[in-house]
Design a protein around this ligand. Structure first.
Ligand code: FAD
Ligand code: DHB
Length: 389
């Protein structure tokens, strides 16, 4: 098989790039290790910055998002019994979109189907080759048959555990990482959300987040030790702990119900540099991970895709390679800003085991400052709605 751009990974990054390039007449093939149902069963992001929503529209996939997604012009930060609203719209003139990653991935798959795009599921042992030549190719096995795709470029959009990043030689790749000593236990339930806007709660028992997917579907998270297992948490235990970590007036309003999904996600910060090696370009979680606190993960993937899309267009339409040559540096500059913001949000909102009295005091002062200063709220709002691409 032959194509112009072979994309490894059929998550939001890979599908979005495939769709955008297709609309400009550039051929792609997407190779995905899992089944479509499996990809669509993963409950992940819920908050999209406006830049991501714009890209969905440009990819001709924004119709259902604009119909069913919710525009949020603010959110709350709670601290014990105190609540502070951060007015995104007043500070930035912008807002965010609440629309689940599952739904946007479904929309991207449907668009690829509609346009007869090639997405190969259950592609096993995917392996890129000859990345530093001008004739790279990718091998894989499908339905027990060995296959090969000859291409001009390979995109590694295969997430943190993918194969692409590992193709960059060890003496070229630099990886930096910060692993947090806790995870988030998330529950999805068919209940009316406790608040129409998100609540990020700092509490001495640990962090909690009240989020939603719609007015009948709630998504809640609590900070848990890494040693906890999903089986350790019955629904009753989860709801009781969530309520303890929220202001009393919020907890009293909480409507509980059976969980329809429950999972634990560890918190990690990670950046791999460079994001290009020869004809391989990394995008999204394949190159960088943030702790989910600032809702930046998927949104950082969006800026990679935006830069890569425009760089590919310049190459194919005008023979201009400056975008491809500058991709890694440009993408990483924005990635690091998202790293800083996610680290900061994580550090002010969670309880850190074994932390010093000095660090506890600093966290309290950070929150004092945030609750009392419109300049601090402005900075939070500016980062939360997304810095410009
Ligand atoms: P992925 O979604 O990981 O997709 C990669 C794809 O590649 C997968 O489908 C995988 O099966 C496939 N793959 C892997 N290896 C191979 C291989 N060898 N061959 C072929 N295919 C392969 N972000 C936000 O912006 N806002 C939020 O509110 C938010 N909330 C989150 C909440 C949680 C609990 C979690 C865990 C994450 C959250 N994120 C959030 C982060 C966001 O989900 C990720 O950043 C996003 O999924 C990245 O998309 P991606 O396409 O780059 O990678
Ligand atoms: C959700 C996840 C986040 O990490 C976040 O900051 C906000 C919302 C969510 O899954 O709804």
């Amino acid at each position: 098989m032959k194509t112009q751009v072979c994309i490894i990974g059929g998550g939001p990054s890979g599908l979005m790039l495939s769709q955008l390039l297709h609309l400009k007449g550039i051929e792609t093939v997407v190779l995905e290790r899992q089944t479509r149902d499996y990809v669509l069963s993963r409950i992940r992001a819920g908050v999209l910055e406006h830049g991501f929503a714009k890209l969905m529209r440009e990819a001709e996939c924004g119709e259902r998002m604009d119909r069913e997604g919710e525009i949020h012009e603010g959110f709350f930060v709670a601290r014990g019994e105190q609540m502070q609203r951060v007015d995104l719209h007043a500070h930035t003139g912008n807002s965010v979109m609440v629309y689940g990653q599952t739904e946007l991935t479904r929309d991207l798959y449907e668009a690829r189907d509609r346009m007869k795009g090639i997405v190969i599921h259950q592609a096993e042992d995917v392996q890129p080759h000859d990345l530093t030549t001008d004739k790279p190719y990718v091998t894989f096995r499908h339905n027990g048959v060995d296959e090969r795709i000859d291409c001009e470029y390979v995109i590694g959009a295969d997430g943190f555990h993918g194969v692409s990043r590992r193709c960059i030689p060890k003496d070229v790749l630099r990886e930096v990482e910060k692993v947090y000593p806790f995870g988030w236990l998330g529950v999805l339930s068919r209940t009316k959300p406790v608040s129409p806007e998100l609540i990020y709660s700092n509490n001495e028992r640990g962090f909690a987040l009240c989020s939603l997917r719609s007015q009948v579907l709630s998504r809640y998270y609590i900070q848990v030790p890494l040693t906890d297992k999903v089986e350790d948490w019955s629904d009753e235990a989860f709801w009781a702990e969530l309520k303890r970590r929220l202001p009393a007036e919020v907890a009293e309003r909480m409507i509980t119900g059976p969980s329809i999904e429950k999972s634990i996600a560890p918190l990690r910060s990670f950046v791999a540099e460079p994001m290009r090696h020869g004809r391989l370009f990394l995008a999204g979680d394949a190159a960088h991970i943030v702790p989910p606190t600032g809702a930046r993960g998927l949104n950082s993937a969006a800026s990679d895709i935006y830069y890569l899309y425009h760089a590919m267009l310049a190459h194919y339409q005008r023979g201009d390679d400056s975008g491809l040559d500058g991709y890694s540096a440009k993408a990483l500059a924005r990635v690091w800003k998202a790293q800083r913001f996610s680290w900061w949000m994580t550090s002010i909102l969670h309880t850190f085991p074994g932390t010093s009295d000095y660090d506890k005091k600093l966290q309290q002062v950070e929150l004092d400052y945030l609750f009392s200063s419109t300049a601090a709220q402005h900075s939070l709002a500016e980062n939360y709605v997304g810095l410009p691409f």
